[in-house]
Design a protein around this ligand. Structure first.
Ligand code: HEM
Length: 187
């Protein structure tokens, strides 16, 4: 009897299965093993993933003080070395801890680096509503905006406020003036 026949006979004798059934089951077990292993990250790969995410490690919010709208745009998440900032009613909050919402590719990325008061009050994703100008809003919309402001005050650190122009003399223009200028732009 040849080696091949001996092996096949032994398989049947020890497993009680036909050689075809035995090899089919063995192949399925290999597939299952591979699939289950694929669900886990190898220790080396995990270290690599952590290294690439190092930019997103939580940092202490830095106080920025007076910031113009143009300057705020730089904090929209496109530069991962900068915090993610967003403003409501001219008050700027560090929303870096919610990068999954406001970071690039996030569902609310369009709000980052902006005063999103109008968009939030109206629950709108229209780019035209990405402004701090809240003129003409109704009572319930202003109330919705107030709720958003409370949520942000509670959840995030305030790091500055929007000003129309950064003053060199130390005195700053008010957010009202910023909103006035936006009104003029919009008209
Ligand atoms: C189909 C409609 C929507 C669904 C299902 C939805 C769902 C959600 C969910 C599940 C969260 C996470 C809440 C949390 O974990 O704290 C969230 C957060 C948020 N949503 Fe929506 N949303 C919708 C529409 C909108 C719209 C229209 C706006 C504004 C224009 C908006 C603005 C936000 C903001 C700003 C946050 C983040 C708040 C934070 O920083 O904690 N959402 N949304």
């Amino acid at each position: 009897m040849g080696l091949y026949a001996t092996v096949m006979d032994s398989i049947t004798e020890y497993s009680g299965l036909s050689p075809a059934a035995f090899f089919t089951i063995a192949a399925l077990m290999v597939v299952v093993y591979k699939v289950v292993c694929g669900m886990f990250v190898a220790a080396g790969d995990y270290a690599a993933v952590k290294r690439t995410n190092i930019d997103y490690a939580p940092r202490e919010p830095v106080q920025l003080g007076d910031v113009t709208e143009d300057q705020l745009r730089a904090y929209d998440g496109s530069d991962s070395s900068k915090p993610l900032l967003m403003a409501i009613k001219g008050q700027i909050y560090d929303v870096s801890r919610s990068r999954m919402f406001y970071g690039p590719g996030g569902p609310y990325a369009l709000f980052a680096g902006r005063d999103a008061s109008r968009a939030l009050a109206l629950m709108s994703f229209d780019p035209q509503d990405l402004t701090g100008n809240i003129d003409g809003l109704g009572a319930s919309e202003l109330e919705a905006l107030q709720d958003w402001e409370y949520k942000f005050m509670e959840k995030y650190v305030k790091v500055g406020q929007l000003v129309a122009e950064k003053s060199t003399t130390g005195s700053t223009e008010s957010v009202d003036k910023l909103q006035d200028s936006q009104k003029l732009e919009g008209s």
